[in-house]
Design a protein around this ligand. Structure first.
Ligand SMILES: C[S@@+](CC[C@H](N)C(=O)[O-])C[C@H]1O[C@@H](n2cnc3c(N)ncnc32)[C@H](O)[C@@H]1O
Length: 213
């Protein structure tokens, strides 16, 4: 293997050195746990990286597919300029209600537009919109469909970022499940699609970053 094998101790060194998760974000996770909402939000390091991408490309309009309780939305909305907006798509009403309450607690509700429903249908209602960055983090089986819907909505130089693209290692399993198959198809597509330049970065469960040409 080229490079340094990323042991748990080394990964902890990175997160201990660079990551701070404030009390509100910790409370959002604790509240989700108390309400039996699955704890499948991004890691704090992924949240921070999403925010850094927003700053790097000067993003103002961000689209998120898969809200859960708004943890990742808050990492992103916090670093947007005052006129910036996150549009976030969620299927499950209980998740959406919790997210809306969390946006208020964070004082960010005016910057976030949550659309309840199947993401694929919500994306149709957004056709013609323009985004600087799209974060895909919903049902993994639909990642390719989401990419095909959003590719024309992202401006040149904008980013499409997808979470869980290592799928805890299942991407190299000889018998991957449906979610992993969705991710494998997604990685294969964006690695070869000439409209984007892509790389999988092994942070947490992996994120695939695509720059739109
Ligand atoms: C991994 S969680 C999102 C985590 C969130 N991005 C975060 O880091 O805080 C995935 C979310 O996508 C939602 N979801 C699943 N299928 C969906 C669909 N077809 N349309 C919209 N949302 C969907 C789930 O209800 C769940 O809340």
């Amino acid at each position: 293997m080229k490079g340094v094998p990323l042991t748990e101790e080394l990964y902890k060194y990175i997160t201990d050195t660079f990551i701070q998760e404030d009390d509100l974000l910790k409370q959002i996770v604790a509240d989700a746990e108390a309400k039996n909402i699955p704890l499948i939000q991004v890691s704090p390091e992924t949240g921070k990286l999403l925010g850094m991408f927003i700053k790097m490309i000067g993003a103002k309009n961000v689209l998120e597919i898969g809200t859960l309780t708004g943890y990742s939305t808050i990492w992103m909305a916090r670093v947007l300029p005052p006129e910036g907006k996150v549009t976030t798509l969620e299927l499950t009403k209980a998740h959406a209600d919790e997210a809306l309450s969390n946006y208020k607690k964070a004082g960010l509700d005016s910057r976030i537009n949550l659309i309840l429903g199947k993401a694929i249908e919500s994306l149709d209602s957004l056709s013609g919109s323009s985004f600087d960055m799209v974060f895909i983090d919903a049902d993994k089986e639909n990642c390719v469909n989401y990419f095909n819907k959003v590719i024309d909505m992202v401006r040149p130089g904008g980013l499409i970022i997808t979470d869980n693209t290592l799928r805890r290692g299942e991407v190299i399993d000889p018998n991957p499940g449906p979610g992993a198959m969705g991710i494998i198809a997604y990685n294969k597509l964006v690695a070869a699609d000439s409209r984007v330049e892509s790389l999988l970065v092994p942070i947490d469960d992996g994120i695939t970053i695509s720059i739109v040409k």
